[in-house]
Design a protein around this ligand. Structure first.
Ligand SMILES: NC(=O)C1=CN([C@@H]2O[C@H](COP(=O)(O)OP(=O)(O)OC[C@H]3O[C@@H](n4cnc5c(N)ncnc54)[C@H](OP(=O)(O)O)[C@@H]3O)[C@@H](O)[C@H]2O)C=CC1
Ligand SMILES: O=C(O)[C@@H]1CCC=N1
Length: 282
């Protein structure tokens, strides 16, 4: 099975340069907050992190972070984690930075937009996902022409602190990545909801049905990683000839009405929305 290059795990020492020069995080909501949690757990010194967010959540206060403080002159990295629709505002407030690597995790917003805002800067566009909050994310990244291997390694160090990392060949893959793995956790959570409802429809109590659905998705996901086996083989391992799974999959895998065409439309819609946001859509 073809697998892209994946890296995971990180040594504490890899934050040395970031701790010395500083990290700036602009936008500390769901995604920025998830990443910051992982970085602090992996060796980012709180006093090296300047966090800019006008409505910073109370949970971040009193932890030694530099909250809404003046930016350092030449931080190692500036991470932009505001909504694409807020990006122009956020960029408008940025001072000129020295040799700082600029990382954006925003859906849609293109490298060209950041090149206009930070002429000559090394820029890495990253698409993470929220399982980063528990170190189980997957991030895809691509750099601009000014981003050296050292810049890409620095971005990878940060993203490896919150999960696995894949490098893309072209920026135009980023919208499909967003539609698949960036948005994907929401699809999986909805799968849990739909399975739980389906169990209820067959007479199970709601709490029991939700527990069965949640652990089934979590366990199957963990097995898919641990076993390193093609998911089709894992599926066949569950499917006894003439058994219950075969009866269920006949419905789920129907090429006209089953999950494949539905998932194709789902990922296509999310991908197209990423493209729209990239064109400046609101
Ligand atoms: N959530 C996800 O699963 C993923 C999100 N992303 C990307 O991450 C980015 C952030 O998304 P998410 O974390 O969900 O959004 P959130 O709204 O949770 O977080 C964004 C934060 O930025 C704050 N903010 C708004 N404007 C500014 C500004 N000018 N300067 C500093 N902070 C500002 C917001 O404050 P306020 O609420 O007051 O506006 C908010 O706290 C988006 O670009 C999204 O595409 C990428 C992958 C996955
Ligand atoms: O919904 C969004 O636009 C963001 C990007 C990927 C996940 N959340």
């Amino acid at each position: 099975m073809h697998r892209p290059r994946l890296t995971t795990g990180e040594r504490m020492g890899d934050f040395d340069d970031i701790n010395a020069r500083g990290l700036v995080l602009v936008g500390c909501g769901r995604m920025g907050g998830a990443m910051l949690t992982g970085w602090l757990a992996r060796g980012l010194e709180p006093g090296s992190a300047t966090v800019i967010d006008p409505k910073i959540a109370d949970g971040w206060k009193g932890r030694g972070l530099r909250l809404n403080a003046p930016l350092p002159d030449d931080p190692a990295v500036l991470v932009l984690a505001v909504k694409p629709q807020m990006m122009a505002d956020a960029l408008g407030g940025m001072p000129r930075l020295g040799e700082t690597l600029v990382i954006s995790v925003a859906a849609g917003t293109t490298i060209a937009t950041f090149e206009d805002a930070f002429p000559g800067a090394a820029i890495v566009r990253v698409m993470p996902n929220t399982p980063a909050a528990i170190g189980q994310g997957i991030s895809a990244m691509i750099g601009n022409g000014a981003a050296t291997e050292a810049h890409l390694d620095l971005a990878e160090t940060l993203m490896r602190a919150v999960g696995r990392v894949v490098r893309l060949d072209h920026e135009d893959q980023m919208d499909a990545v967003t539609g698949l793995s960036g948005s994907g956790p929401a699809y999986v959570f909805h799968l849990i909801e739909a399975m739980a409802k389906a169990g209820e429809a067959q007479g199970l109590p709601p709490a029991l049905s939700l527990e069965l659905a949640r652990m089934t998705v979590a366990g199957a996901g963990a097995l898919a990683i641990e076993d390193d086996e093609d998911p089709g083989v894992l599926r066949e391992n569950v499917t006894s000839p003439g058994g219950t799974t075969a009866a269920g999959l006949k419905v789920l895998m129907d090429p006209e009405t089953g999950l494949p065409p539905l998932m194709a439309r789902t990922v296509a819609a999310a991908t197209e929305r990423g493209r729209e946001l990239g064109r400046g859509g609101k």
